[in-house]
Write a protein that binds this ligand. Structure first.
Ligand SMILES: NC(=O)c1ccc[n+]([C@@H]2O[C@H](COP(=O)([O-])OP(=O)(O)OC[C@H]3O[C@@H](n4cnc5c(N)ncnc54)[C@H](O)[C@@H]3O)[C@@H](O)[C@H]2O)c1
Ligand SMILES: O=C(O)C(=O)C[C@]1(C(=O)O)C=C[C@@H](O)C=C1
Length: 306
């Protein structure tokens, strides 16, 4: 793989930015990489572990002369970061982000992007429950989807180059509009995270009744919930505050279904339960038949079409 950008600037040096750096280095996608994070501790850690060619003490310094600027901070911080870097962006540069929500990022970042600088938002559908500069790894984006959300009128060349970059990082790339992105992610990621947080919270409340048995005997299903519920609180607070409408819509539907299942249990309506579970099992089997092994850690990757 050859170089796609001369200089890449990473703003925020957590899981996603550090994974991006190691993946870029693996494939030689950038000539040089600069980085900036708000806290001195993170910058010191980044320097110690060799994350980025240069770790800068200001965002302005990091983005100077950069051909690609990646905003990899929590969604709620994107607008302020964009405002801070705007006067220092190189004409012709591309600004992208990796935020889990797209509409509010476009609304808060977009107005700060100067004329002559391209803005192409993105979202890698890859992550873990870990955060910070030491949590990244080069293979995080391999065979995962990255969704690009170019605003109407975005420069096709800038979009094509960013697509090439993400393919170089190992991902499959698809374009989507912001509203649709936020609804899809509410179903596949945001509501499931909230459900996991709730389930672990309920188990914790019950711990007083069951002593430590909840943890001691936790089966695979509950362990999966605890992994998800260990995700970064700042990131997820910002996701829910910024994808309010779609998440509430999905949670409304979820609650209706839950009530129906609750009633079926109370009234002993086995037919309802059986029919429901048969339908959900068919969905999972359909996914497997389509070429996705849901037991593998790579569940969610698209294998059949490539
Ligand atoms: N973790 C995931 O699974 C995942 C997956 C896909 C996308 N995302 C998105 O990627 C973004 C980054 O997530 P992450 O998991 O890398 O988070 P992280 O917590 O690992 O890292 C965030 C970084 O941003 C820095 N930061 C926070 N506020 C800042 C500010 N105002 N100015 C400069 N730096 C600031 C932090 O110091 C840290 O270095 C988020 O928008 C998140 O929604 C996360
Ligand atoms: O695998 C995980 O730990 C994740 O939660 C990753 C996950 C997801 O929900 O799939 C989380 C948030 C993102 O925006 C993208 C990916």
């Amino acid at each position: 793989m050859t170089q796609v950008y001369g200089k890449v600037a990473l703003i925020g040096l957590g899981l996603i930015a550090s994974s991006m750096f190691w993946a870029m280095r693996r494939r030689g996608l950038a000539g040089t990489v600069s980085g900036f994070a708000r806290s001195r501790e993170t910058r010191d850690t980044a320097r110690r572990i060799g994350l980025c060619d240069t770790v800068c003490d200001s965002a302005a310094e990091a983005v100077a002369d950069a051909d690609l600027v990646v905003l990899a901070v929590p969604v709620g911080a994107m607008g302020a970061v964009a405002e801070e870097i705007a006067p220092h962006l190189k004409p012709g540069a591309t600004v992208t982000d990796v935020g889990s929500v797209k509409k509010t990022v476009i609304d808060t970042v977009g107005p700060h992007i100067p004329e002559g600088v391209h803005f192409v938002p993105g979202h890698p559908l890859a992550g873990t429950e870990h955060s910070g500069p030491e949590s990244g790894f080069a293979t995080l984006f391999d065979d995962r989807w990255c969704l690009l959300v170019p605003p109407p009128g975005a420069d096709p060349e800038a979009v094509a180059r960013l697509r090439l970059y993400w393919e170089g990082l190992g991902s499959f790339v698809e374009e989507m509009d912001a509203e649709h992105h936020d609804l899809v992610l509410a179903v596949t990621s945001h509501a499931p995270h909230l459900i996991a947080y709730t389930m672990v919270g309920v188990a914790d409340d019950l711990r007083r009744v069951t002593d430590s048995e909840v943890i001691k005997y936790s089966a695979a299903g509950f362990r999966d919930f605890t992994r998800i519920a260990a995700s970064d609180p700042t990131m997820w607070r910002d996701v829910f505050l910024n994808n309010k409408e779609a998440t509430l819509e999905i949670l409304g539907r979820f609650t209706e279904e839950l009530f129906a299942l609750q009633r079926a249990i109370r009234t002993g309506d086995g037919d309802h339960l059986h029919a429901y579970f048969t339908r959900t099992r068919a969905i999972r089997r359909g996914i497997i038949q389509a070429g996705q092994d849901t037991d593998a850690p790579d569940f969610g990757r698209k294998k059949v079409e490539r």
